[in-house]
Design a protein around this ligand. Structure first.
Ligand code: SF4
Ligand code: SF4
Length: 323
């Protein structure tokens, strides 16, 4: 299902009404593209729009959603999950070992619908400027997309699937937080689509979800590229997971399926310096206008060979053989 942009066709041009909302500042500058020194990320999208240079574009995104009952139903279901209260915090605090807490939260995540769960020690440089995460640990949750829906990106079934999986991520995060609270400790869940207090991709990389792909999403050894993240912040004692490298980063240096398929040519061929780290980076200023006019797009995730059902595990084996 790989798609390639037809070079004879003009690249995407945003609608004039969207162009009129674009701020003077580049999103790449906000993200720290080209900056040699590490710093905390700045909120850029999916935060309170009144605080963001791109806030009017964030609001405009919702005006572009088709009036489709499948989208309305998926959003209503997700909101119901988000609005479900957490379990009350028990008066007696359980004194479990770090191993018992770790086993318990991972089991709770899987029982509440997670496909992936990992634990990382929280770091300040993952927290957005103006936000605070006082907790010592982040439990990261991954929920896989249904491929048949995602392959339609950027059409309605893919948009519905993304909304649905954000709902599933919220449900799993709420389930883990409730499990901890029922044992007398505090836990704070976070699920998309809003960005929350911290960037989750670095935390997910730290706790073994996989490697960062050229398309700016994580490539996981079983789910490939096609999954969403959610998280729980807590202070209960936990055991961290280790990062997982299996050759996906190197694979991306020899593949350009996502870059060729991206209509606004937002995916570059080389890693770039971003806040002191050389890594894959998607051009925010090119991606966002297309994303806004195409229900969140998702083409790059859908076309990535790692996302095809059954392919990720085979690729991992092949890459391991090549050594
Ligand atoms: S989501 Fe952005 S980077 Fe990915 S294909 Fe669409 S426009 Fe390109
Ligand atoms: S499509 Fe290819 S280059 Fe892009 S993220 Fe997937 S493996 Fe990497």
């Amino acid at each position: 299902m790989a798609r390639r942009h037809d070079p004879a066709q003009p690249r995407f041009t945003p609608k004039p009404e969207q162009q009129a909302l674009m701020p003077d500042v580049s999103g790449n500058a906000i993200n720290g593209l080209g900056e040699p020194a590490p710093r905390r990320p700045k909120p850029i999208y999916w935060h309170d729009p009144s605080t963001l240079p791109h806030g009017r574009l964030q609001q405009w995104f919702f005006t572009q959603t088709p009036d489709d009952p499948r989208i309305h139903a998926a959003r209503a279901e997700r909101q119901q999950i988000v609005d479900t209260p957490l379990a009350p915090r028990a008066a007696d605090a359980s004194a479990l070992s770090a191993q018992q807490w770790t086993d318990g939260v991972k089991t709770a995540a899987l029982e509440h619908g997670a496909d992936l769960v990992g634990i990382a020690r929280m770091r300040d440089d993952w927290v957005f400027e103006g936000h605070r995460v006082a907790e010592r640990w982040v439990i990261v949750i991954g929920v896989g997309h249904a491929f048949d829906a995602m392959r339609t990106a950027p059409d309605v079934p893919a948009a519905v699937e993304v909304i649905r999986q954000y709902g599933r991520g919220n449900r799993a995060a709420n389930g883990v937080a409730s499990w901890i609270r029922a044992r007398g400790h505090e836990a704070r869940p976070h699920g998309g689509p809003m960005a929350g207090p911290a960037v989750l991709i670095p935390a997910a990389l730290a706790c073994g979800f996989g490697e960062l792909g050229k398309h700016g999403s994580i490539i996981n050894r079983t789910l490939g590229s096609s999954f969403r993240l959610a998280a729980v912040f807590t202070d209960v004692p936990l055991l961290p997971d280790a990062p997982d490298a299996f050759g996906a980063d190197d694979f991306c240096t020899r593949c350009r399926v996502c870059a060729d398929a991206c209509p606004p040519a937002a995916i570059g061929d080389h890693k770039q310096l971003v806040r002191g780290e050389v890594r894959w980076y998607v051009d925010f200023d090119r991606c966002l206008p297309y994303f806004n006019e195409h229900m969140g797009c998702g083409i790059c995730v859908a076309v990535c060979p790692w996302s095809l059902p059954g392919v990720a595990a085979n690729l991992v084996t092949k890459l391991a053989r090549r050594g």
